[in-house]
Ligand binder design. Structure first.
Ligand SMILES: Cc1ncc(COP(=O)(O)O)c(C=O)c1O
Length: 471
């Protein structure tokens, strides 16, 4: 048991050093163990012996069986996903979060921690340019934040009809409710609609232009058609940083449409929300301040360990649409100032993830974080130039933020798949593979500000070598 006393903390510190030692491993983005060999290796991991074997042995096994065959997000060749290397202040604060084990559902389980999360959310709302009524809640990820946003939008649509959807379920009018987003929006929008009983068919995808950004003329056409057919747009979701192309939808213009149709305006800024930290990149998010809600993923371009996301809302009172009272946790008769965050969340017990975010922001400061983001945007742009200059490769769309999506015109879909799978199997590169409007593509996602232009040239060279080896 961790005890917060002199002896307990010394025991913890010694164990922490051993745990860190267990992370040592050969260089590379992953080992070259095949899936079958890995399965067999992990099968040797004893889950629960009758008698314990001691932490040093356990950590040694974790090191050789697990960490040695895990992916290394800090390796410059780990470029498939929005999967970041993590910052030291966040990682060490994770230990304190776990050791102190505050539970964010009720004030009596997390008094100071509740205040910290509230402070962080207020700061974030103000960073986004929202009014003082802005606040939020930490969630487990962008998916959870988007689901929460659309849950609020649905409850808000019902409330406008005088219906308490938490009590009586969906009203008959819900069959005509629609959620509008672009055809590049994250699949969690569809998942939310499905989970909320509206169905995936209630999500209407608006066409994007050649850059991958929501086409406003197409949005207008979609809205007109919808109204003609008796549909009611209850929410418009813009994406600030699409998953593959990193494109930011025209937020200001979309906000105008949302307001005109009295629809909830949600911005999924899981990817590019951090751009608000940079004076240079912030203008690309103009209009975000008009959102009813914004998804921010700290475990992407804020370099936090999983899990750390937030849903920020323009008006904190909107969380009342979610509130379910409970006798043991959130009675509503607590002393003044005791906030039970369970009332804003789809979770009950919840980690104090806000602490690691605050520790990171304080340690690095806004300028350093902004420069790291700018560096990555420039690096992706450089990768785009290297790809364009190569006779065998072609960009699928101009680089917009931190990704570079490309294909090889002479190569088939299977060739691209083989390139990605072979590099992964050999443990040489964790390369992204996707499809943009039916066109198969490979993808670099730059999350590591320590990666260099030489790394970029090496990665492009490795992809081309692999292509040449199979074609
Ligand atoms: C635009 C966007 N929104 C939401 C998500 C979901 O985030 P998470 O994986 O944290 O649930 C992603 C994930 O990549 C994303 O790219």
């Amino acid at each position: 048991m961790v005890t917060i006393d002199e002896h307990g903390l010394q025991v913890l510190a010694r164990a922490a050093v051993e745990a860190i030692e267990s992370l040592r491993r050969p260089a590379g983005p992953r080992s070259d163990l095949s899936p079958i060999a890995l399965h067999q290796l992990i099968a040797t991991l004893e889950i629960c012996p009758d008698d314990g074997v001691g932490l040093p042995d356990v950590l040694r096994d974790l090191g050789s069986l697990v960490w040695a065959h895990s992916v290394v997000p800090s390796d410059p060749a780990c470029v498939a996903h929005l999967h970041p290397p993590v910052l030291v202040p966040a990682v060490v604060t994770e230990l304190a979060i776990a050791a102190s084990n505050q539970s964010m559902d009720s004030w009596d389980q997390s008094p100071a921690a509740t205040e910290v999360e509230l402070r962080l959310m207020a700061w974030l709302a103000s960073l986004l340019g929202m009014p003082e009524t802005g606040s939020g809640i930490m969630t487990s990820g962008g998916t959870a934040s988007n689901v929460l946003a659309i849950t609020l939008a649905r409850s808000w649509a019902a409330a406008k009809l005088g219906v308490d959807v938490l009590k009586s379920g969906l009203p008959p009018e819900a069959s005509s409710w629609r959620i509008i987003c672009s055809d590049q929006a994250h699949f969690s929008v569809q998942r939310a609609s499905a989970q909320l009983g509206l169905g995936r068919d209630a999500v209407v995808a608006v066409a994007t232009d050649s850059s991958g950004s929501m086409d406003v003329a197409a949005l207008d056409e979609t809205l007109s058609r919808l109204l003609r057919d008796g549909g009611v747009p209850i929410a418009i979701v813009a994406t600030a940083g699409t998953t593959d192309l990193g494109v930011i939808d025209p937020l200001g213009e979309i906000a105008v449409r949302a307001s005109r149709h009295d629809a909830w305006f949600h911005v999924d800024a899981a990817v590019a929300g951090a751009f608000m930290l940079s004076d240079r990149l912030r203008p690309s998010l103009a209009g975000i301040e008009l959102a009813d809600s914004v998804t921010i993923d700290f475990h992407k371009l804020w370099w936090q360990p999983f899990n750390a996301s937030a849903l920020v809302v323009r008006d904190v009172d909107r969380f009342d649409l979610l509130r379910v009272r409970s006798n043991y946790l959130d009675r509503g008769d607590e002393l003044e100032g005791m906030v039970n965050l369970v009332g804003r969340s789809l979770d009950t017990s919840r980690r104090f993830d806000a602490a690691k975010v605050v520790a990171t922001l304080q340690t690095l400061g806004r300028h350093a974080l902004g420069e790291m983001l700018e560096y990555l945007v420039d690096l992706a742009h450089y990768a785009g130039m290297v790809v364009e200059a190569h006779p065998q490769l072609e960009l699928v769309a101009p680089t917009a933020s931190i990704t570079c999506v490309f294909d090889a015109p002479g190569a088939s879909v299977d060739d691209l798949r083989n390139v990605q799978q072979r590099l992964l199997a050999k443990g040489e590169m964790v390369l992204g593979r996707t499809e943009i409007k039916g066109r198969a593509a490979l993808k670099f996602t730059f999350m590591n500000p320590l990666s260099t232009k030489d790394d970029v040239k090496r990665l492009v060279g490795m992809v081309v070598d692999e292509l040449n080896a199979i074609c």
